[in-house]
Design a protein around this ligand. Structure first.
Ligand code: ZN
Length: 505
């Protein structure tokens, strides 16, 4: 059968592409975790070569020919093979629309912009980055033209990170979310009770923190025979296969929570990657369909579970064992309250659950305005600062703590930010569905038993891989469209009692 032959030749070809990408991921992990500084220059070249080889092999016309031949005889394929073929075709078509010379121009502009951004941030001077940003916006619009879109070029860019979601849908969700979150923050700021966090001002031994994170990771179901935890400057998760999914964290002896919540967050990502069906190994089906759904897993574990009272009731004795004598006068309720302090602040990555999405919506509004031509790069700092003041009541002292704080735009990445907020929304929707399916779920958490939750996630999210798009997964798992209501209800139910607020709807 010639066409069955085409599919298996396509599969071999894609396996090479996959192996090249995974080899690059190992080099990248090494670079972040253990490479000595003098290795940097050569490593950049090694990564560039592998990326170029993978790109070349994937976008080669032969790949397109094999896809078409396999499609011509789809009825000889099993369901999973057809699903894989559909996904490969999708990726190939998108990649094939982008001309080679654009890829080169974009890479050069990004590289220059990234270095300008580093300088600009160091000097806290947006002017150093401004013309680079404007060039990247122009190129991003050109990219959108190649990819094709309806309504707004932002849709084409968003598609790369959150396929199946449109700008209009996002606007509707964010328009509901933003005023309600602002109102909640206002109530919290004026609340009669503010959590006592003075006890946190101690030195928390790094080795003890490390041991505690490992204990929690093991309990969550992270398979240390299929992964490991290391230290890095910026925590991340990476995978080389379903049997090798690694996470990193960073330790700070002045901060009891930083490493722990970062470990739990990355473990949420890692459980997803360890949870793909073994038979999907090395195929396109063993991938998440979007960044938002990936982030839903990390946020669910970090915030909904890790920052819950039952979690701390269970771990309080364990925490005391790890830090003998330091927590004698502190109880689970106090740890819970301290882990959920709300404080509007300048920096997105340090934001709490109540303010986080506002940082995202701000970026979403500004980047859509940039891409749609309604905001010039030159006017970005003023627009940023105005929104920070209006939404979070925070005065931005300088650009480094304002519009220069994130790396994304310096990489020419527009359409990525919304996925962080979507992760929060999906997580709340999923957890709602879990509590309906397993009413005793939080009692299990209170006993340190996470298996029922993990089993639900495995079944409804992890094992699906790319067989469905994210909106389909959310719909099938929760019976709802992606929406803001579940998250708003979750915030209200959690923070009203914490801050002694009269509860509303
Ligand atoms: Zn994450």
């Amino acid at each position: 059968m010639e066409n069955t032959g085409a599919f298996s030749r396509l599969r071999d070809r894609l396996r090479d592409v996959h192996n090249l990408r995974m080899a690059a991921a190992v080099l990248n992990w090494d670079m972040e975790v253990c490479m000595p500084p003098k290795g940097a220059a050569a490593r950049g070249g090694q990564l560039a070569t592998l990326a170029a080889l993978a790109h070349e092999r994937f976008t080669h016309p032969e790949t397109g020919t094999l896809i078409r031949q396999a499609q011509d005889n789809q009825d000889t394929l099993a369901d999973d093979e057809r699903a894989a073929l559909r996904e490969v075709d999708y990726d190939y078509r998108r990649a094939a629309r982008i001309p080679e010379n654009f890829v080169r121009r974009f890479a050069q502009t990004r590289s220059a912009a990234y270095h300008a951004w580093l300088d600009a941030r160091k000097q806290s001077d947006f002017a150093v980055f401004q013309t680079h940003l404007q060039k990247l916006v122009t190129l991003a619009r050109e990219l959108a033209d190649y990819l094709g879109y309806e309504d707004t070029p932002y849709n084409a860019l968003l598609e790369d990170f959150e396929r199946g979601m449109t700008t209009a849908q996002l606007r509707a969700v964010f328009d509901e979310l933003a005023p309600r979150q602002r109102a909640l923050i206002e109530r919290i700021m004026n609340a009669p009770t503010q959590p006592d966090a003075a006890w946190l001002e101690q030195t928390w031994d790094a080795d003890a923190q490390w041991a505690f994170t490992e204990r929690v990771l093991r309990d969550m179901g992270y398979d240390f025979d299929a992964g490991r935890q290391d230290k890095s400057a910026h925590p991340f998760t990476t995978n080389f296969s379903i049997g090798d999914v690694r996470i990193t964290t960073r330790l700070n002896e002045r901060d009891l929570f930083s490493a722990l919540f970062s470990s739990i967050h990355e473990c949420g990502h890692a459980l997803y990657e360890q949870g793909f069906p073994p038979e999907d190994e090395g195929t396109i089906l063993a991938e998440a369909p979007s960044l938002g759904i990936h982030e839903s897993q990390s946020r669910l574990w970090e915030n909904i579970i890790g920052r819950s009272l039952p979690f701390w009731r269970h771990y309080m004795p364990v925490l005391r064992e790890h830090f003998p004598g330091q927590l004698d006068n502190v109880d689970a309720e106090q740890v819970y309250a301290a882990a959920n302090r709300v404080a509007p602040s300048l920096i997105r990555v340090e934001a709490d659950e109540c303010t986080y999405n506002l940082h995202i919506i701000l970026r979403f509004e500004l980047e859509t305005a940039l891409i749609e031509g309604n905001l010039a790069a030159a006017d970005l700092p003023a627009a940023w600062n105005e929104k920070m003041a209006a939404w979070l009541g925070v005065a931005v002292p300088d650009d480094a703590n304002g519009c220069l704080q994130d790396i994304h735009w310096s990489h020419g990445t527009f359409g990525y930010f919304p996925t962080y907020a979507l992760g929060n929304l999906y997580a709340a929707q999923m957890f709602d569905a879990v509590t309906k399916a397993i009413p005793g779920i939080m009692s299990s958490v209170g006993r340190g038993e996470f298996t029922p939750l993990l089993a639900w996630l495995r079944e409804n999210v992890h094992r699906v891989g790319r067989r469905k798009t994210t909106p389909e997964i959310v719909r099938d798992a929760t019976g709802e469209e992606p929406a803001a209501a579940a998250f708003l209800k979750y915030l209200e139910n959690k923070y009203a009692p914490l801050y002694g607020l009269a509860q509303v709807g």
